[in-house]
Design a protein around this ligand. Structure first.
Ligand SMILES: NC(=O)c1ccc[n+]([C@@H]2O[C@H](COP(=O)([O-])OP(=O)(O)OC[C@H]3O[C@@H](n4cnc5c(N)ncnc54)[C@H](OP(=O)(O)O)[C@@H]3O)[C@@H](O)[C@H]2O)c1
Length: 255
């Protein structure tokens, strides 16, 4: 069997792994053999996810961490290194959204979205990348969105759209600086997936009808349909692929 996607003995850090896409991806990476550290603010949820992952025969370390706090990020990375001694894969996936146009957007909400979605990636990567440089190996995957590249007229998401575009700029910059250290940096851009973030907003009947009408696949993504993209970027299969954004959106941004 091909070892191209094998993650045995790798250490993967999944940020934003207390619900939604982060949980799915943490399980998928563990299924390929990676030991994982899972981060978010809700520690009880992380503990439950860790228990489930350990039934797959790998280690899972739950770490409480608010990615907007430099102190918490620094402590989280230290505790992961103490447990595992290295970090091979970093999935920067923590995110929040705010449904508002600029003219109705509160400054605190703008800051909350930008701090979580952009500064969070800056801080996590800042503290993880020295270990990757040292090992001359690293796989960084950032969660952007289709909203980095198109706007959804039916859903006002101005701060979110700005933040997810910034994620792509950051991805390209880091990729070009660190290829020389054997580190790849790529982004996934999901279309619509049912999670805590979207179930009470974008899965509302009228939005869903419009989404299905413009999306060539005529449906949202299903649980697990992002896993292949992340496993590809997390594995040696993508060693010569860096600075890229992969849209996993049923074709939405291709039309
Ligand atoms: N679902 C979609 O359709 C879709 C589409 C495109 C992109 N995305 C992106 O996918 C990522 C995951 O979102 P999701 O859809 O899976 O939604 P979700 O279920 O709400 O998950 C968001 C995750 O981010 C964590 N998080 C939020 N703020 C944080 C902070 N300050 N520090 C640490 N962790 C924090 C949350 O954990 P705690 O609350 O426990 O901290 C949670 O684990 C996000 O970046 C989102 O923008 C989602």
């Amino acid at each position: 069997m091909s070892k191209l996607f094998d993650l045995t003995s790798k250490v993967a850090v999944i940020v934003g792994a207390s619900s939604g896409i982060g949980v799915q991806v943490a399980k998928a990476l563990a299924n390929e053999g990676a030991n994982v550290a899972i981060l978010a603010r809700r520690y009880d949820k992380l503990k439950d996810v860790a228990k489930e992952i350990e039934t797959l025969g790998v280690k899972a370390l739950p770490v409480k961490c608010d990615v907007t706090s430099e102190e918490e990020v620094k402590n989280a990375v230290n505790s992961i290194i103490k447990e595992y001694g290295k970090i091979d894969i970093l999935f920067n996936n923590a995110g929040v959204a705010s449904m508002a146009d600029v003219d109705s957007l509160d400054e605190n909400e703008w800051n909350r979205v930008m701090d979580t979605n952009v500064k969070g990636i800056f801080l996590m990567t800042k503290y993880v990348v020295p270990y990757m440089k040292n090992n001359h190996y690293g796989k960084i995957i950032n969660t952007s969105s289709v909203m980095s590249s198109v706007a959804a007229k039916a859903a006002p998401l101005h701060a979110y759209e700005a933040s997810k575009s910034a994620v792509l700029g950051l991805t390209r910059g880091m990729a070009s600086s660190w290829a020389q250290y054997g580190i790849t940096v790529n982004a996934i851009c999901p279309g619509l997936f049912k999670t805590e973030m979207t179930e009470h907003t974008l899965f509302e009947e009228s939005f869903l009808m419009r989404y299905n009408a413009v999306c060539p696949a005529s449906r949202p993504g299903k649980e697990g349909e992002l896993n292949g993209a992340v496993i590809y970027f997390a594995s040696d299969a993508s060693n010569y692929t860096t600075g890229q954004a992969l849209f996993v959106d049923g074709g939405w941004t291709s039309v």
